[in-house]
Design a protein around this ligand. Structure first.
Ligand code: GLA
Ligand code: ZN
Length: 688
């Protein structure tokens, strides 16, 4: 938990950043457009632009031939209106000459097919040539712009992701594996369960990345490969920033993280908990499918909130929204425009959870190629009059009133534990239900029970400190090392309350199952032993009775043997009818709850309401409201800033228990207030 109400400024701007990806390199033969940009920037109340993200071909049209003049001008334009530049390193895409001359920079896919030049995000992350070229380019950028007063921060590459299976990457992987297993083939074969299907490795040269045309059933290998891909991506990134740290030590560095859609879960392919340590600031690109036809607006809002709280908790400091769209995108199945009001609401939700920016992809719609219809601030009409532009300007005007919020955060008593490695291992596990593992979604369900009640939650990772939380929720922690088990044990022994669910504690950090049943320390903490996990078909029916109520059960049920725990809930049907489904257990100074099945959301709501009362967990402020309204807080030493957000399609009444000041209109309000559909009110509650 952060020390209370301390401010952390993640950039040296004294305003909320508003703007986004600006690609003037697509318009260099249109000076009229570039000068319109400047006028439109002012009209849209924007102030910060990420430039150069895909500009390598414009910066170095031929090997060793550079053209920075256009970028100089863009710097002057932006600085001239008092704006700031987030300067990108252009490694996310490269000029054709480079792929032609140095084919080693091209990626090789899992099937060992070398990719052609084209698209983007398709470099080999091991290639010495590509590493040299990016470092060279980054050095030139730092030399030229490092002291420019308009430079705010570095944006390294773009949305790192993907993997390469070329020979250089195989060699790097072999070296990584060899080091990890201390040059000991026996240790490797033990970890990878070598004798299975005669997969014993007898020479390091036999180590190969997983492949659809080769090895893909060795779970230890798959897991180590995913770890290697994260490490190698970070290593590529670290190579990129060498000249930047050297020449611009005081300019903060970020790279834009992602989420996976359309279900809106955290990005899966890289372990961001590792990556975060190498960044000064976390930033991410949020593209929720608002107004979709498979979930309510509130339900989607709670998923966005979860990812915000995960990415914010990675560094326990404000983060930046690096990309978002003012209307629709171009890559969802259906690219629906944000309805009136949604742009302000969805933007303020990001601020409410700790973002100090609202940035877009992109400033101006391209004229050609695949992103020409992606939402942008400036449309093909080049007008400041249209609805989308006006809604952007409104966000800008709102942000201008939120300067006091910059740098603030808030503490939490509740944490949900998210683990990338466990998710990888669980997804790899052949067992359970292919389509129903849903690890991130399950965490989002548990989180939602608190979001609905305005109780702040940090979403933390396994290496973070547990001790400051009253309640730690660990759903479906399939992979858990003995070290983490020991830390969970200390947490409970010292008085913490721990909740764990079905499909937890199956394998260790090598993806090898624990032998002899559940780990003895887990048995000690929970006073139970899960003995069987039943996986259900979608049409199977069962339920649980808990505190006199009955709740539907789906997908998973754990048969539990109780030792010293209390039985709080029991299964209704099947061969485990009348046996324990939910248990609680006093362990030393703390308490541990085990939830055996996947129950309908009403269960989470009631179960956690019990803990909220027992542990006196408080909502961020006493603002009474109905379902679908969320209240989030950011706290400064003198004031609380409350974001009261209506994520429903109806008007909602909310009630403030004291006098607060509306930060946008300046009016004082108290008592009952009506929020229109999608309306957000941002109010200051003074502490004096
Ligand atoms: C990603 C990329 C951007 C753009 C957007 C479109 O976030 O980083 O360059 O392609 O998607 O939504
Ligand atoms: Zn490679």
């Amino acid at each position: 938990m952060m020390s209370k109400h301390e401010k952390t400024y993640v950039t040296n701007a004294n305003f909320m950043l508003h703007g986004g990806d600006y690609n003037p390199d697509q318009w260099l033969d249109r000076p009229d457009i570039l000068s319109d940009d400047v006028k439109l920037m002012k009209l849209s109340h924007t102030n910060t632009f990420s430039v150069g993200i895909f500009a390598w071909a414009a910066l170095e049209p031929e090997e060793g031939v550079y053209n920075f003049e256009w970028l100089d001008e863009i710097f002057e334009n932006i600085h001239g209106i008092g704006g700031k530049v987030i300067l990108a390193t252009p490694s996310g895409a490269r000029p054709a000459w480079m792929s032609q001359k140095y084919p080693e920079v091209l990626r090789v896919n899992g099937a060992r097919v070398k990719q052609l030049h084209g698209g983007r995000h398709n470099h080999c992350f091991t290639s010495e040539v590509y590493r040299e070229k990016t470092q060279e380019m980054n050095r030139l950028l730092a030399e030229r712009y490092g002291n420019h007063p308009g430079l705010l921060m570095w944006h390294i590459s773009n949305e790192y992701g993907g993997e390469c299976h070329c020979e250089k990457c195989q060699t790097a992987f072999r070296a990584w594996v060899k080091e990890k297993y201390n040059n000991d083939l026996k240790a490797l074969n033990d970890a990878w369960w070598g004798p299975f299907w005669s997969h014993t490795i007898t020479d390091w040269s036999q180590v190969e990345s997983p492949s659809p045309i080769g090895e893909n059933m060795v779970h230890g290998l798959n897991l180590d490969w995913r770890r290697f891909v994260t490490d190698q991506t970070i290593s590529f990134y670290k190579n990129e920033i060498v000249p930047l740290r050297e020449l611009t030590p005081s300019i903060p560095i970020t790279t834009n993280f992602m989420a996976d859609t359309h279900d809106l879960i955290p990005f899966q392919a890289l372990d961001y908990s590792k990556f975060a340590k190498h960044l000064d600031v976390i930033s991410w690109d949020a593209y929720p499918a608002w107004h979709n036809d498979w979930e309510s607006t509130a339900s989607l809002a709670s998923k966005v909130a979860f990812i915000n709280d995960l990415y914010r908790s990675l560094k326990q400091q404000p983060f930046l929204l690096m990309e978002s769209t003012p209307s629709g995108v171009n890559w969802h199945d259906v690219n629906k425009a944000k309805r009136p009001g949604m742009h302000l609401l969805s933007s303020m939700q990001m601020i409410a959870h700790g973002s100090d920016s609202i940035l877009y992809f992109q400033w101006r719609k391209s004229r050609g190629s695949s992103e020409k219809f992606h939402g942008a601030v400036v449309d093909h009409d080049n007008s400041s009059e249209n609805r989308v532009f006006q809604e952007v300007a409104k966000v800008g005007q709102t942000l201008e009133k939120l300067n006091d919020v910059i740098g603030t955060n808030r503490p939490a008593d509740v944490a949900v534990l998210y683990d990338w490695e466990s998710n990888w291992a669980l997804n790899d596990a052949q067992g359970f239900g292919k389509k129903t593992k849903l690890y991130p979604q399950t965490l989002q369900q548990h989180y939602k029970a608190f979001w609905e009640k305005d109780i702040p939650v940090d979403v933390i990772t396994k290496e973070q400190d547990f001790s400051s939380y009253k309640l730690l929720i660990v759903p479906m922690l399939y992979l858990v090392s003995e070290e983490t088990i020991a830390r969970l044990k200390t947490f409970v022994a010292d008085g913490g309350t721990l909740v764990m669910t079905y499909i937890s504690g199956f394998v260790n950090e090598y993806d090898l199952t624990y032998l002899g049943g559940w780990h003895k320390d887990l048995q000690e903490i929970f006073g139970v032993k899960p003995v069987e996990t039943d996986t259900l078909y979608p049409k199977d029916q069962n339920s649980v009775t808990y505190n006199g109520k009955t709740y539907q059960l789906k997908d998973y049920a754990t048969v539990i043997k109780v030792d010293t725990a209390n039985v709080d809930g029991i299964y209704v049907d099947d061969f485990y009818a009348n046996t324990p489904a939910v248990t609680s257990h006093q362990f030393e100074a703390g308490k541990a709850y085990y939830i055996g099945g996947r129950f309908e959301h009403a269960f989470q709501q009631d179960f956690y309401q019990g803990l909220i009362s027992d542990l006196s967990l408080e909502p961020v402020a006493s603002v009474e409201h109905g379902e679908g309204v969320s209240v989030q807080i950011r706290q400064a030493p003198e004031s609380d800033y409350l974001f009261v957000m209506n994520f429903t399609e109806e008007n909602q009444l909310v009630r403030f228990d004291s006098v607060v000041k509306d930060l946008i209109t300046g009016e004082e309000i108290s008592g009952e207030v009506k929020l229109e559909k999608y309306e957000v009110r941002i109010v200051e509650k003074s502490k004096s």
